[in-house]
Write a protein that binds this ligand. Sequence first.
Ligand SMILES: [Zn+2]
Length: 161
Amino acid sequence: MRAARRPPGGVSSYAVAMDDRALGDTIEACRSLISDRFPDGQHGAAAMLLGDGTVRTGTAPVAVNPAVELCHETEPFCGAHRLGQSIVASVCLHRWADGRFVVLSPCGVCRERLAVHGPQVLVAVADAKDPCRIIWKRLGEILPDYWMAAFPGEVDAGWAG
Ligand SMILES: [Zn+2]
């Protein structure tokens, strides 16, 4: 373990020392899950880099009623909670039938979930000119005017001010 466990919302020492290799490993874990679990066709998955430097992945099952399906991020999000780890970075990818991996920025629900871990969480978003190219942004950049900032005592301190 490279960093002490901290509750969600804290800035782990690992996050401060995070390097491109760790983010690259997170992207690769996401791609590998898609390739290993779904050799063919269009499928997606997510991967999250946790405060201890480990990576958790997940993918969402298909339901008969699409209204009850989950986001790919749900499994690693819950895994981080189970392990008592903060989330440092999150990526979600979808592989097209032609083999390209397009970047899916976190939906509004996932942004709300990740907000528990603070505005410093890195999230992968698609480059405006190339949807297969990852741009890392802080959650605070893609979730401006977060509603919980009105309750600074009840949310990660990073959201206040
Ligand atoms: Zn989502």
